[in-house]
Design a protein around this ligand. Structure first.
Ligand code: NAI
Length: 773
């Protein structure tokens, strides 16, 4: 007699193929060509390049390569349709609901089309991609319904250009289109060149669902078409794809005023502690790295196993790998399908073949565009394959000894998209989760996604969040007007700078100390009558570096409680209040105006406001339809460098400083260039207010000189500019070094609501924890 185990081991799965007939007939009915959907109609259908089935190599359809003129036509249609679309949230909700319904009705066609075009197992497209895409439209229909009532202070951005990758063609389309439409924007979306076909089906669904012409436009094509869309007259560019293209788009949009969100690559750690439920952690790995053959931006591609269980864990994992079925993606029993394209396959091969470190374990794979499940153990954290994104079914692994070491290795990456933590010890899991540098953390789970939960990364994984209330921020802007601001002229003297017997040279404030500028240069500052008020130091790149080093050393501030930060901000406000008269006089001397005491009052009140917010910027618990809860936690951005509004000597500094500090960031701010001496007087207020050294550094000097260095500095996590100097473009251009967040004003001023100050001062980390049944 056979044991149950033997029966299972010997059982063969007969093939259970899904039929491709209807999808192929659908394509044939439309002439076998995928092309643009502009203003509610098919447009310009040409066979410029083929879209192939990667599993068989057969051509599925010809694809139109969109030209700049065609992109412009689509953008013009979107522009024209936008005002009317923005008018009625309830009407938008009905349309989005209609899209969701029709997607559901066409779910089988969509799933088959996706699998034919991308090569992913039909099981995945049927059970994951398509249902999640539908869920996204349902969820955002609700946001459209609620917008007028719940978000009265925001309005749509306008026309959004959206560029998506090939790994989740329809799901990425849904992630981009649903929130944009919900918030009253219109869109021009470009699918990836390998995978345009499900977006064709989608555009017919749009017509059937009553989407008004011009609201949704789809332009097919490759990177050149994408670049044309980035250059077109759009108000926002939303991109998901490789970090290298993300950098190009950041540079290309620099200074344009276009909003930008980037969802880029990752090398996400998958951490298994010795007390983990090993079987679950192994099963989790199947979903982490073999789901969609590892062609997933948030794939758990870096396995970190605690030393004591490593051998046992690897052995079990290899056994599990042996059971993975790889082959025809249309077969419902298949675990791993084809790689999206021979080019991508060649890239995976080249990366793995170039590696000589560790031990490689590889399963068998069929001939053709398939890559076998692969495990490489015994790597060092710095090895190439532990650092570079492979984007294939290749898991790389190393061991760690202690929880602290696990965190260190996990964070040893340029990326910061996601992380998984496996342990049966809730204390350990919830101790580790906040320490991981990532936008998403899964506790005893992996690759969970939902429309209600924010998705997105930090560092070179990009910026911006998709999903949930936070995702809507990327498709709205606060109502209100901006006003041009021009650089104030500093006062001069006719008589040459007089000798200053008292040497009133204001130094730089770095690391809690007043220090001389590296350059040795200073600038005389006069009042309106030409009387010398003192000298201000001219900071250079080296001073900036020192300041950022002291910011980094002050990282305890970012872990401190909101309660503590509130007290200190309150104290700063009180100390400023005690010297209000002195500051008011100083401001009037500097500007030659009479608004000094109002400016001081504003600054004091703003400090108290942010003392109040310091312990009230609560996160959220998201109701996700999966066994668990997704916590939206607010974390500080890190080190923020700020060029201040130089028209207001004191408030220009306090306005960005107070919210940034309240939310736990460390700041290096450059004072008003023309009127620096109120900010330098402010050192004394900081010195008497218990603010830890290095949390706030204040430099004086030339904004245009410091701006590019701030933007290029690898340890600055965000640059804000409220300067009158024209530095927005240079900041955005140079920020590609570490893809830092930027918030620049294009030399305009506006009063930002507290929501925006808080959002800019924080990053949302989504932590998925098991909860309920
Ligand atoms: P890619 O970043 O080149 O393509 C993504 C999208 O951007 C496509 O629609 C493409 O046509 C478009 N595009 C390409 N160049 C552009 C440009 N200059 N301006 C505007 N749009 C442009 O990704 P690719 O080449 O398909 O894959 C290469 C690598 O990128 C993968 O091996 C993987 O490492 C990574 N990747 C990451 C993804 C993610 O979800 N984070 C998705 C796809 C790829």
């Amino acid at each position: 007699d056979m044991t149950v185990k033997e029966i299972f081991d010997s059982m063969d799965y007969g093939p259970a193929p899904e039929s491709s007939a209807e999808a192929l007939a659908w394509l044939a009915d439309r002439g076998g060509i995928a092309g643009h959907y502009i203003n509610g109609k098919w447009d310009a259908l040409r066979d410029d390049f083929p879209s192939n089935n990667p599993a068989t190599g057969e051509k599925l359809a010809g694809v139109t390569k969109g030209t700049a003129d065609e992109v412009a036509k689509a953008v013009a249609a979107a522009r024209k349709a936008q005002p009317k679309w923005a008018k009625d949230g309830a009407a938008r909700a009905r349309v989005l609901y209609g899209i969701a319904r029709l997607m559901q009705k066409n779910a089988r066609l969509l799933a088959v089309m996706e699998t034919l075009d991308n090569g992913k197992p039909i099981r995945e497209s049927r059970d994951i991609d398509i249902p999640l895409a539908i869920r996204h439209f349902y969820h955002h229909a609700g946001f459209a319904q609620l917008m007028d009532a719940e978000m009265p202070d925001v309005e749509p951005l306008g026309v959004c250009g959206q560029i998506i990758p090939w790994n989740f063609p329809l799901l990425m389309l849904a992630w981009k289109i649903a929130p944009a439409l919900a918030m009253g924007n219109t869109v021009v979306l470009k699918p990836a060149e390998y995978t345009s076909l499900s977006s064709m089906v989608f555009s017919e669904i749009c017509t059937a669902a009553g989407v008004p012409p011009g609201v949704v436009n789809i332009i097919t094509g490759d990177g050149e078409t994408g670049a044309a869309l980035v250059d077109a007259d759009v108000d926002k560019v939303a991109f998901t794809g490789s970090t290298s293209v993300g950098r190009i788009i950041r540079e290309q949009t620099a200074g344009s005023g276009k909003a930008l969100s980037l969802e880029l690559g990752g090398k996400s750690p998958y951490i298994v502690f010795e007390d983990a439920d090993i079987d679950s952690a192994i099963e989790g790995l199947v979903d982490a790295i073999w789901f969609n053959s590892g062609q997933v931006c948030c794939a758990g591609s870096r396995l970190l196993v605690q030393e004591g269980i490593a051998d046992r864990f690897y052995a079990k994992l290899r056994r599990r790998m042996d059971g993975l079925r790889i082959g025809d993606p249309m077969d419902k029993c298949i675990d791993l399908g084809a790689i999206v394209d021979p080019e991508q396959l060649a890239q995976i091969k080249a990366m793995v073949d170039a590696n000589t470190a560790g031990e490689t374990y590889q399963c068998a794979a069929p001939e053709g565009c398939f890559y076998p499940p692969t495990l490489i153990t015994g790597l060092a954290p710095s090895d190439t394959l532990m650092q570079e994104e492979i984007f294939g079914p290749v898991l790389v692994a190393c061991t760690f000894r202690t929880p602290a070491e696990a965190v260190e290795i996990a964070n040893n990456t340029r990326y910061g998209l996601a992380a998984s933590v496996w342990t049966e010890n809730i204390n350990l899991a919830l101790d580790i989760a906040p320490k991981l540098i990532a936008g998403i953390v899964w506790v005893n789970a992996t690759n969970l996604m939902d429309a209600a939960a924010g998705f997105g990364g930090v560092r070179e994984s990009g910026f911006g969040r998709e999903g949930g209330w936070e995702g809507l921020m990327g498709y709205t802007k606060p109502k209100g007007k901006t006003a041009k601001i021009t650089a104030p002229m500093p006062f001069t003297t006719q008589d040459g700078t007089p000798a200053d017997p008292l040497d009133r040279t204001a130094k730089l404030y770095i690391g809690g100390k007043q220090v001389r500028p590296d350059s040795g240069y200073t600038q005389p500052i006069f009042d309106k009558s030409g009387k010398l008020l003192g000298h201000a130091s001219t900071a250079n790149r080296k001073d900036l570096r020192n300041a950022v080093e002291s910011n980094a050393a002050a990282k305890g501030w970012s872990k401190s409680t909101g309660h503590l930060r509130a007290q200190i901000l309150y104290y700063i406000g009180e100390n400023l209040s005690a010297r209000a008269q002195e500051f008011a006089t100083r401001i009037n001397q500097l500007t030659g105006g009479r608004t000094g005491s109002k400016e001081v009052d504003d600054a004091i009140s703003w400090l108290f406001t942010w003392a109040a917010w310091a312990d009230k910027h609560d996160g959220a618990a998201k109701g996700v339809p999966i066994r668990g809860v997704a916590l939206g936690m607010h974390e500080p951005v890190g080190n923020i460098a700020i060029l201040t509004d130089d028209t207001r000597p004191l408030m220009g500094l306090i306005e960005p400083l107070a919210p940034a500090l309240a939310m736990g960031n460390r700041v290096t701010a450059v004072a008003s260039q023309a009127f620096p001496l109120a900010a330098t007087d402010f050192y004394q207020v900081l010195e008497t207010s218990d603010l830890p050294a290095g949390v706030a550094n204040i430099l004086t000097g030339r904004h245009t000189e410091l701006a590019p260095h701030m933007a290029a500095h690898a340890n600055i996590d965000a640059v804000w500019s409220f300067s009158t100097a024209d530095v927005s473009k240079v900041i955005e251009t140079k920020s590609t070094s570490n893809l830092k967040r930027t918030w620049v004003n294009h030399a305009t001023h506006r009063d930002w609501p507290s929501t925006i100050w808080r959002a800019q001062s924080t990053a949302i980390k989504t932590i998925w924890i098991p909860y309920g049944e």
